[in-house]
Design a protein around this ligand. Structure first.
Ligand SMILES: Nc1ncnc2c1ncn2[C@@H]1O[C@H](COP(=O)(O)OP(=O)(O)OP(=O)(O)O)[C@@H](O)[C@H]1O
Ligand SMILES: O=c1ccn([C@@H]2O[C@H](COP(=O)(O)O)[C@@H](O)[C@H]2O)c(=O)[nH]1
Length: 238
């Protein structure tokens, strides 16, 4: 087998995809499938850090959050990512992988705080590092957290595993005539307002020259192909 294209990657996993076909929450079969995909690339000695979104849990509380102060709702969203991170780490443990969860907000009885040198040490030791609670700040997203942590740890690429199989000319879930790009520049995605990731995340990756690959979380083998540098999804580059 040929070698992986990257030594260290930041994988952004869709929170919303975690609910599978359920209305919200964590679907057991879905998380196990995600972990199996992750295990496949961990076996290749790729240093792997993960950020997982919170849409699967936050969607469930959204009606109650209506009219809520934005920062408070955002803190709830960040806590949702902590729950997903813990569930992911535990599923990894059951699959024989060693994962460490590090939180951007202080909840030390539950999960250790994010400390960059410690995260780097874990990666060098071959542990999977899961960055929880986003950036730790309201008004941001876990996509921006992925761009931020990816830059901090010197990842060579951000792999965004999501519900669609790449970046399209318009939202493919709304516009069936939308066409998929194989590659696209950061300037183009930003000026065309393509919203598969938020503009803050795109701008940070552009400034740090950190490429992003967007691909389907539901397509078998897609993560492996992305790690091998094969033609999969859409590459967003400088
Ligand atoms: N131009 C576009 N190309 C591709 N997808 C797009 C585009 N515009 C909007 N989208 C939407 O962006 C979504 C992916 O981003 P989103 O941040 O909502 O999900 P996620 O990151 O997978 O979930 P979570 O936020 O729970 O982690 C896709 O499901 C798609 O419908
Ligand atoms: O840095 C961050 C990251 C996330 N949030 C809040 O959490 C939810 C869930 O994250 P997704 O990226 O949408 O999955 C998000 O909507 C924000 O409300 C945050 O405030 N800061």
């Amino acid at each position: 087998m040929t070698k992986p294209a990257y030594k260290r990657v930041l994988l952004k996993l869709s929170g919303e995809a975690l609910m599978g076909n359920d209305a919200y929450g964590i679907n057991r079969a879905t998380i196990d499938r995600m972990v199996a995909d992750v295990a496949e690339i961990a076996r290749l000695d790729v240093e792997l850090a993960i950020v997982i979104g919170g849409g699967n849990i936050f969607r469930g509380v959204a009606p109650g959050a209506e009219g809520m102060d934005r920062a408070t709702a955002d803190y709830m969203g960040m806590l949702a990512t902590v729950m997903n991170s813990l569930a992911l780490a535990d599923a990894m443990r059951q699959a024989g992988l060693t994962a460490r969860v590090m939180s951007a907000i202080s909840i030390e009885q539950v999960v250790e705080p994010y400390v960059r040198p410690k995260a780097l040490q874990y990666l060098e030791e071959g542990k999977v590092v899961i960055f929880a609670a986003g950036t730790g700040n309201p008004f941001f997203t876990t996509d921006t957290a992925a761009a931020l942590r990816g830059s901090e740890i010197g990842a060579e690429i951000v792999l965004k595993a999501t519900k669609v199989d790449g970046v399209y000319s318009a939202d493919p879930q709304k516009d069936p005539t939308a066409t998929r790009y194989t590659t696209i520049t950061f300037d183009e995605v930003i000026t065309k307002h393509l919203q598969v990731m938020d503009a803050t995340a795109f701008a940070l990756c552009r400034d740090q020259k950190l490429p992003i690959k967007v691909f389907s979380i539901n397509k078998p083998g897609a993560l492996l192909r992305a790690v091998m540098g094969e033609d999969e999804g859409t590459l967003v580059h400088v």
